[in-house]
Design a protein around this ligand. Structure first.
Ligand code: AVI
Length: 327
Protein backbone atom coordinates (compact mmCIF):
# COMPACT_ATOMS: atom_id res chain seq x y z
CA UNK A 1 0.00 0.00 0.00
CA UNK A 2 1.49 3.43 -0.88
CA UNK A 3 2.13 5.19 2.40
CA UNK A 4 1.72 8.97 2.36
CA UNK A 5 3.12 10.81 5.36
CA UNK A 6 -0.06 12.72 6.14
CA UNK A 7 -3.44 13.21 4.55
CA UNK A 8 -4.82 16.69 5.23
CA UNK A 9 -8.47 17.30 4.63
CA UNK A 10 -9.54 18.99 1.41
CA UNK A 11 -11.01 22.26 2.74
CA UNK A 12 -14.71 22.73 2.08
CA UNK A 13 -15.57 26.26 0.92
CA UNK A 14 -16.33 27.34 4.45
CA UNK A 15 -16.47 25.26 7.60
CA UNK A 16 -17.90 28.22 9.52
CA UNK A 17 -20.78 28.52 7.12
CA UNK A 18 -21.56 24.82 7.45
CA UNK A 19 -21.63 25.27 11.23
CA UNK A 20 -23.84 28.36 10.79
CA UNK A 21 -26.20 26.48 8.47
CA UNK A 22 -26.58 23.54 10.83
CA UNK A 23 -27.13 25.80 13.85
CA UNK A 24 -29.77 27.77 11.94
CA UNK A 25 -31.52 24.57 10.81
CA UNK A 26 -31.51 23.07 14.32
CA UNK A 27 -32.68 26.17 16.19
CA UNK A 28 -35.44 27.08 13.74
CA UNK A 29 -36.75 23.54 13.37
CA UNK A 30 -40.47 23.30 14.16
CA UNK A 31 -41.08 21.44 17.46
CA UNK A 32 -38.00 20.24 19.34
CA UNK A 33 -35.01 22.53 18.79
CA UNK A 34 -31.71 20.72 18.37
CA UNK A 35 -27.98 21.19 17.81
CA UNK A 36 -25.70 18.51 16.31
CA UNK A 37 -23.64 16.79 19.01
CA UNK A 38 -20.49 16.81 16.83
CA UNK A 39 -20.16 20.53 17.63
CA UNK A 40 -19.69 19.77 21.35
CA UNK A 41 -16.04 19.01 20.57
CA UNK A 42 -14.12 22.24 20.00
CA UNK A 43 -10.89 22.55 21.99
CA UNK A 44 -12.75 23.49 25.20
CA UNK A 45 -15.36 20.75 24.72
CA UNK A 46 -12.70 18.14 24.00
CA UNK A 47 -10.78 19.13 27.13
CA UNK A 48 -13.98 18.90 29.19
CA UNK A 49 -14.74 15.50 27.71
CA UNK A 50 -11.31 14.31 28.87
CA UNK A 51 -12.28 15.37 32.39
CA UNK A 52 -15.66 13.63 32.10
CA UNK A 53 -13.79 10.40 31.37
CA UNK A 54 -12.03 10.75 34.74
CA UNK A 55 -15.19 11.34 36.77
CA UNK A 56 -16.13 8.61 39.26
CA UNK A 57 -19.74 8.77 38.02
CA UNK A 58 -18.77 8.22 34.34
CA UNK A 59 -17.55 4.63 34.29
CA UNK A 60 -17.66 4.09 30.53
CA UNK A 61 -14.09 4.97 29.57
CA UNK A 62 -12.45 3.20 32.51
CA UNK A 63 -14.58 0.17 31.83
CA UNK A 64 -13.41 -0.09 28.22
CA UNK A 65 -9.83 0.50 29.27
CA UNK A 66 -10.09 -2.35 31.78
CA UNK A 67 -11.40 -4.62 29.06
CA UNK A 68 -8.55 -3.78 26.73
CA UNK A 69 -5.98 -4.13 29.50
CA UNK A 70 -7.29 -7.59 30.27
CA UNK A 71 -8.02 -8.85 26.75
CA UNK A 72 -5.90 -7.01 24.17
CA UNK A 73 -3.83 -10.14 23.53
CA UNK A 74 -6.90 -12.33 23.13
CA UNK A 75 -8.41 -9.80 20.72
CA UNK A 76 -5.25 -9.68 18.65
CA UNK A 77 -5.13 -13.49 18.59
CA UNK A 78 -8.49 -13.47 16.78
CA UNK A 79 -7.23 -11.31 13.90
CA UNK A 80 -6.22 -12.50 10.44
CA UNK A 81 -2.76 -11.50 9.25
CA UNK A 82 -1.47 -9.25 7.89
CA UNK A 83 -3.86 -6.63 9.19
CA UNK A 84 -4.04 -2.87 8.71
CA UNK A 85 -5.73 -0.91 11.52
CA UNK A 86 -8.02 2.07 10.97
CA UNK A 87 -9.63 3.91 13.86
CA UNK A 88 -12.71 6.11 13.67
CA UNK A 89 -12.26 9.00 16.09
CA UNK A 90 -9.01 8.63 17.87
CA UNK A 91 -9.42 10.00 21.40
CA UNK A 92 -6.22 10.27 23.40
CA UNK A 93 -4.85 6.97 22.15
CA UNK A 94 -4.66 5.44 25.62
CA UNK A 95 -6.99 2.57 24.76
CA UNK A 96 -5.62 2.19 21.25
CA UNK A 97 -2.12 1.85 22.65
CA UNK A 98 -3.13 -1.34 24.46
CA UNK A 99 -4.20 -2.94 21.18
CA UNK A 100 -1.32 -1.64 19.10
CA UNK A 101 1.23 -2.84 21.65
CA UNK A 102 -0.31 -6.30 21.57
CA UNK A 103 -0.32 -6.26 17.76
CA UNK A 104 3.23 -5.04 17.48
CA UNK A 105 4.40 -8.26 19.14
CA UNK A 106 3.60 -10.23 16.00
CA UNK A 107 3.65 -7.88 13.04
CA UNK A 108 4.63 -4.40 11.95
CA UNK A 109 1.41 -2.51 11.52
CA UNK A 110 0.05 0.46 9.65
CA UNK A 111 -2.29 2.42 11.92
CA UNK A 112 -4.63 5.00 10.37
CA UNK A 113 -6.54 7.22 12.78
CA UNK A 114 -9.41 9.00 11.03
CA UNK A 115 -10.40 12.20 12.71
CA UNK A 116 -11.83 15.52 11.68
CA UNK A 117 -9.71 17.47 14.17
CA UNK A 118 -6.08 18.06 13.08
CA UNK A 119 -5.03 18.85 16.66
CA UNK A 120 -6.44 15.53 17.92
CA UNK A 121 -4.49 13.73 15.20
CA UNK A 122 -1.32 15.53 16.20
CA UNK A 123 -1.78 14.57 19.87
CA UNK A 124 -2.32 10.98 18.90
CA UNK A 125 0.76 10.80 16.71
CA UNK A 126 2.81 12.18 19.58
CA UNK A 127 1.29 9.79 22.14
CA UNK A 128 1.74 6.62 20.09
CA UNK A 129 4.96 7.24 18.21
CA UNK A 130 7.09 5.24 20.66
CA UNK A 131 5.36 1.91 19.98
CA UNK A 132 7.69 -0.43 18.12
CA UNK A 133 6.72 -1.59 14.64
CA UNK A 134 3.74 0.75 14.32
CA UNK A 135 3.63 3.31 11.49
CA UNK A 136 1.01 6.01 11.86
CA UNK A 137 -0.62 7.79 8.94
CA UNK A 138 -3.61 9.86 9.98
CA UNK A 139 -6.49 11.00 7.79
CA UNK A 140 -8.09 14.34 8.55
CA UNK A 141 -11.50 13.33 7.24
CA UNK A 142 -15.06 12.42 8.13
CA UNK A 143 -15.14 8.77 9.29
CA UNK A 144 -16.38 7.04 6.14
CA UNK A 145 -14.43 9.25 3.72
CA UNK A 146 -11.25 8.43 5.61
CA UNK A 147 -12.08 4.74 5.75
CA UNK A 148 -12.66 4.66 1.98
CA UNK A 149 -9.18 6.07 1.48
CA UNK A 150 -7.64 3.50 3.78
CA UNK A 151 -9.54 0.71 2.05
CA UNK A 152 -8.45 1.64 -1.48
CA UNK A 153 -4.81 1.98 -0.47
CA UNK A 154 -4.46 -1.45 1.08
CA UNK A 155 -2.40 -4.09 -0.69
CA UNK A 156 -3.92 -7.35 -1.90
CA UNK A 157 -4.09 -9.86 0.93
CA UNK A 158 -4.12 -7.21 3.66
CA UNK A 159 -7.08 -7.41 6.02
CA UNK A 160 -8.63 -4.39 7.63
CA UNK A 161 -9.46 -4.01 11.33
CA UNK A 162 -11.64 -0.98 12.06
CA UNK A 163 -11.68 0.30 15.64
CA UNK A 164 -14.77 2.17 16.74
CA UNK A 165 -14.31 2.42 20.47
CA UNK A 166 -15.85 4.35 23.34
CA UNK A 167 -19.51 3.65 22.43
CA UNK A 168 -19.29 6.50 19.94
CA UNK A 169 -21.86 4.55 17.89
CA UNK A 170 -24.36 5.37 20.66
CA UNK A 171 -24.24 9.07 19.74
CA UNK A 172 -25.91 8.41 16.38
CA UNK A 173 -29.63 9.07 16.68
CA UNK A 174 -32.14 6.31 16.11
CA UNK A 175 -31.69 4.44 12.83
CA UNK A 176 -28.66 6.56 11.92
CA UNK A 177 -26.43 4.18 13.94
CA UNK A 178 -27.36 1.08 11.96
CA UNK A 179 -27.36 3.04 8.67
CA UNK A 180 -23.85 4.18 9.48
CA UNK A 181 -22.69 0.63 10.22
CA UNK A 182 -24.23 -0.62 6.98
CA UNK A 183 -22.39 2.10 5.04
CA UNK A 184 -19.20 1.21 6.87
CA UNK A 185 -19.66 -2.47 6.01
CA UNK A 186 -19.99 -1.60 2.30
CA UNK A 187 -16.45 -0.19 2.37
CA UNK A 188 -15.06 -3.45 3.79
CA UNK A 189 -14.40 -6.84 2.25
CA UNK A 190 -15.71 -10.12 3.66
CA UNK A 191 -13.44 -11.22 6.48
CA UNK A 192 -12.50 -7.67 7.52
CA UNK A 193 -13.21 -6.89 11.16
CA UNK A 194 -14.84 -4.23 13.28
CA UNK A 195 -14.00 -3.86 16.97
CA UNK A 196 -16.85 -1.82 18.37
CA UNK A 197 -17.28 -0.69 21.99
CA UNK A 198 -20.84 -0.39 23.30
CA UNK A 199 -22.14 0.92 26.60
CA UNK A 200 -24.83 -1.40 27.94
CA UNK A 201 -28.20 -0.64 29.51
CA UNK A 202 -27.94 -0.10 33.24
CA UNK A 203 -30.05 1.35 36.06
CA UNK A 204 -31.42 4.77 35.16
CA UNK A 205 -29.97 6.45 38.28
CA UNK A 206 -26.46 5.26 37.36
CA UNK A 207 -26.92 6.71 33.88
CA UNK A 208 -28.28 10.03 35.09
CA UNK A 209 -25.36 10.47 37.52
CA UNK A 210 -22.95 9.72 34.67
CA UNK A 211 -24.47 12.44 32.48
CA UNK A 212 -25.31 14.96 35.19
CA UNK A 213 -22.34 14.75 37.53
CA UNK A 214 -22.42 16.57 40.87
CA UNK A 215 -19.49 18.91 40.15
CA UNK A 216 -20.99 20.09 36.88
CA UNK A 217 -18.36 19.04 34.34
CA UNK A 218 -20.96 17.56 31.99
CA UNK A 219 -23.08 20.67 32.42
CA UNK A 220 -20.08 22.79 31.38
CA UNK A 221 -19.44 20.44 28.43
CA UNK A 222 -23.03 20.90 27.27
CA UNK A 223 -23.22 24.67 27.91
CA UNK A 224 -19.94 25.15 26.07
CA UNK A 225 -21.85 24.45 22.88
CA UNK A 226 -23.73 27.72 23.37
CA UNK A 227 -20.49 29.46 24.32
CA UNK A 228 -18.93 28.11 21.13
CA UNK A 229 -21.81 29.50 19.06
CA UNK A 230 -21.24 32.86 20.77
CA UNK A 231 -17.50 32.71 20.00
CA UNK A 232 -17.64 31.44 16.45
CA UNK A 233 -20.97 32.64 15.13
CA UNK A 234 -21.40 35.91 17.01
CA UNK A 235 -24.45 34.78 18.99
CA UNK A 236 -25.65 36.40 22.22
CA UNK A 237 -26.59 33.36 24.33
CA UNK A 238 -26.53 34.33 28.01
CA UNK A 239 -25.26 31.10 29.58
CA UNK A 240 -26.82 31.95 32.95
CA UNK A 241 -30.20 31.68 31.30
CA UNK A 242 -29.78 28.04 30.24
CA UNK A 243 -29.31 24.91 32.32
CA UNK A 244 -28.01 21.43 31.61
CA UNK A 245 -30.43 18.52 31.72
CA UNK A 246 -29.86 14.76 31.39
CA UNK A 247 -32.93 12.56 30.95
CA UNK A 248 -33.33 8.89 30.16
CA UNK A 249 -35.63 8.18 27.24
CA UNK A 250 -37.29 4.84 28.08
CA UNK A 251 -38.51 4.37 24.52
CA UNK A 252 -35.21 4.83 22.69
CA UNK A 253 -32.99 3.60 25.59
CA UNK A 254 -30.89 6.74 25.33
CA UNK A 255 -29.64 9.34 27.75
CA UNK A 256 -30.52 12.69 26.22
CA UNK A 257 -28.61 15.85 27.03
CA UNK A 258 -30.59 19.01 26.68
CA UNK A 259 -30.16 22.70 27.43
CA UNK A 260 -33.25 24.20 29.07
CA UNK A 261 -34.10 27.87 28.86
CA UNK A 262 -34.67 29.21 32.39
CA UNK A 263 -36.74 32.13 31.08
CA UNK A 264 -38.65 33.32 28.02
CA UNK A 265 -35.99 34.94 25.88
CA UNK A 266 -34.78 35.79 22.42
CA UNK A 267 -31.29 34.93 21.12
CA UNK A 268 -29.63 36.23 17.96
CA UNK A 269 -26.98 34.30 16.02
CA UNK A 270 -25.50 36.89 13.69
CA UNK A 271 -23.41 34.60 11.40
CA UNK A 272 -26.47 32.41 10.90
CA UNK A 273 -28.74 35.44 10.34
CA UNK A 274 -31.36 34.19 12.78
CA UNK A 275 -33.13 35.34 15.89
CA UNK A 276 -34.68 32.58 17.97
CA UNK A 277 -37.47 32.78 20.52
CA UNK A 278 -37.23 30.42 23.53
CA UNK A 279 -40.18 29.82 25.83
CA UNK A 280 -39.51 29.35 29.55
CA UNK A 281 -38.42 25.68 30.06
CA UNK A 282 -38.13 25.03 26.32
CA UNK A 283 -35.18 22.75 25.57
CA UNK A 284 -32.52 22.29 22.90
CA UNK A 285 -31.64 18.63 22.34
CA UNK A 286 -27.85 18.42 22.07
CA UNK A 287 -26.94 14.72 22.30
CA UNK A 288 -28.34 11.22 22.61
CA UNK A 289 -26.26 8.45 24.07
CA UNK A 290 -27.81 5.10 23.32
CA UNK A 291 -27.43 2.17 25.72
CA UNK A 292 -27.49 -1.35 24.30
CA UNK A 293 -28.96 -4.73 25.24
CA UNK A 294 -27.37 -8.04 24.15
CA UNK A 295 -30.29 -8.84 21.85
CA UNK A 296 -30.00 -5.49 20.19
CA UNK A 297 -26.28 -6.00 19.52
CA UNK A 298 -26.97 -9.34 17.85
CA UNK A 299 -29.53 -7.81 15.51
CA UNK A 300 -27.43 -4.68 14.90
CA UNK A 301 -24.51 -6.84 13.74
CA UNK A 302 -26.79 -8.93 11.55
CA UNK A 303 -28.61 -6.00 9.95
CA UNK A 304 -25.41 -4.20 9.13
CA UNK A 305 -23.81 -7.19 7.42
CA UNK A 306 -21.56 -8.51 10.19
CA UNK A 307 -21.42 -11.66 12.26
CA UNK A 308 -20.39 -11.56 15.87
CA UNK A 309 -17.02 -13.26 16.28
CA UNK A 310 -16.34 -12.56 19.95
CA UNK A 311 -17.37 -10.33 22.82
CA UNK A 312 -15.66 -9.21 26.00
CA UNK A 313 -17.89 -7.82 28.72
CA UNK A 314 -17.02 -5.68 31.75
CA UNK A 315 -19.74 -6.59 34.24
CA UNK A 316 -18.49 -4.04 36.72
CA UNK A 317 -19.84 -1.05 34.76
CA UNK A 318 -21.66 -2.76 31.90
CA UNK A 319 -19.64 -2.27 28.76
CA UNK A 320 -19.00 -4.63 25.84
CA UNK A 321 -16.13 -4.81 23.38
CA UNK A 322 -17.51 -6.57 20.32
CA UNK A 323 -15.48 -8.12 17.52
CA UNK A 324 -17.60 -8.41 14.37
CA UNK A 325 -16.54 -9.96 11.10
CA UNK A 326 -17.80 -8.67 7.75
CA UNK A 327 -19.86 -11.34 5.95
C1 AVI B 1 -18.36 10.36 23.20
N1 AVI B 1 -19.57 9.73 23.76
C2 AVI B 1 -19.52 8.27 23.67
C3 AVI B 1 -19.92 10.23 25.10
C4 AVI B 1 -21.18 9.50 25.62
O1 AVI B 1 -21.11 8.95 26.71
O2 AVI B 1 -22.17 9.46 24.91
C5 AVI B 1 -20.16 11.72 25.10
C6 AVI B 1 -20.64 12.26 26.42
N2 AVI B 1 -21.61 13.07 26.58
C7 AVI B 1 -21.77 13.37 27.85
N3 AVI B 1 -20.89 12.71 28.54
C8 AVI B 1 -20.14 12.00 27.66
Amino acid sequence: MPKPAMQPRPRPSSLVSQFAREVAAGLTKPGQKELPSKYLYDSVGSALFEVICELPEYGLTRSEERLLQLHAREIVDQLPRPVVVAELGSGTGRKTRLLLEALSRWQSTWYHPIEISPSALAVLRRELRDINSISIVGFEREYLDGLREVAVRRSPGEHLLVLFLGSNIGNFDGAAGSDFLRDLRLILQPGDLLLIGTDMLKPVQTLISAYDDPIGVTAAFNLNLLARINRELGADFNLQRFEHLAIFNEVTHSVEMRLRSRVRQKVAVSEASISVQFEKEETIWTESSHKYSQDELVSLAHHSGFRRQAQWMDQNWGFAENLWIAE
